[in-house]
Design a protein around this ligand. Sequence first.
Ligand SMILES: NC(=O)c1ccc[n+]([C@@H]2O[C@H](COP(=O)([O-])OP(=O)(O)OC[C@H]3O[C@@H](n4cnc5c(N)ncnc54)[C@H](OP(=O)(O)O)[C@@H]3O)[C@@H](O)[C@H]2O)c1
Length: 334
Amino acid sequence: MPNNRQLKLVNRPTGLVTPDVLQLSESPVPAVADGQALARVKYLSIDPTMRIWMADIPQYMPPVQLGEVMRSFGVAEIIESRHPDYKKGDKVSGLTGLQEYVLITGEEKRSFQKLPSIPFLSDTNFLNLLGINGLTAYFGLLEIGKPQSGETLVVSAAAGATGSIVGQLGKIQGCRVVGIAGSDDKCKWIKDDLGFDAAINYKHPNWKDQLAAATPKGIDIDFENVGGEVMQAVLDRMNLHGRVVLCGLISGYTKQDPGLASFGQVLIKRLRVEGFIILDYVSRFMEAGQKLGMWKMTGKLKTQETIVKGLEKAPEAINMLFRGENTGKLIVEL
Ligand SMILES: NC(=O)c1ccc[n+]([C@@H]2O[C@H](COP(=O)([O-])OP(=O)(O)OC[C@H]3O[C@@H](n4cnc5c(N)ncnc54)[C@H](OP(=O)(O)O)[C@@H]3O)[C@@H](O)[C@H]2O)c1
């Protein structure tokens, strides 16, 4: 049995993930005791929240401690089992961590889901459409955004894993959907392939005018993934009693949160702003999974992945999220 290569958090980052933050180390693959199973990790989900988990700040899960294997979601295949629920060859998804092998003990079992074998779903779909991103898009938009047919929905980080699904769900609900993304190629993808009504590249000098032109009736729902200047421009165009689905504020994860120039829009427009964490909806994941799977099967939801190969590339992959170097879901393949 080869050693288990792992990326451990050894220093807390102050900005992007510098080479001194995650240390590659090796340890023997653990022996499997009664009630345990050993899985080989195949795919790692690279998520902006990993940067939050690295920081020693109040958050929705305990921060990763120095010396611990860096937390991440992943898909793994059981290679040895002494647990009644798992057999060799089963695939699971859950908090694998940035490592090549994960020991599933009795305790951790609850956080690993066995993947069903469904012909039109790939292993990586369980990190994306049927993982954190699809579920976040589904509950954030439908439960908090409460979209009505004919309303205007704007989503930021629109060509990312979550935003790209939010926009397509908005179309299914009959909304006018406008995406904000960081390159012309991304804008072309969400408009031409995913069916968004308009796409705005926020790096163009006149993007705010373009946003105004694309939202002639104002904005009813802001699915907010970015914060800062992008959020401010959207808030300025919100309609009375609009809803702001506060999903993420990625522009503030690696540097000081830029904040909002005029938070007063919330008051003036009587907006409903609601933050949420997808874990709030765990008890309803099955319901969402069935709907998302059906839409995928019938061609109403499309996904794209940016794949990076090799565990040692994971630290730089995390930075790719903050540089906008991914389209759709960012995954590290082992
Ligand atoms: N609340 C929850 O439970 C929950 C769950 C999952 C994700 N989230 C949040 O949802 C957001 C998207 O996450 P994701 O996993 O789907 O990642 P993602 O959108 O696939 O990747 C992040 C994207 O954010 C954009 N971005 C990065 N820095 C930016 C900046 N300073 N200004 C504008 N855009 C920037 C980049 O695209 P561009 O090229 O367009 O700049 C990048 O591709 C994040 O804020 C994340 O924290 C929340």
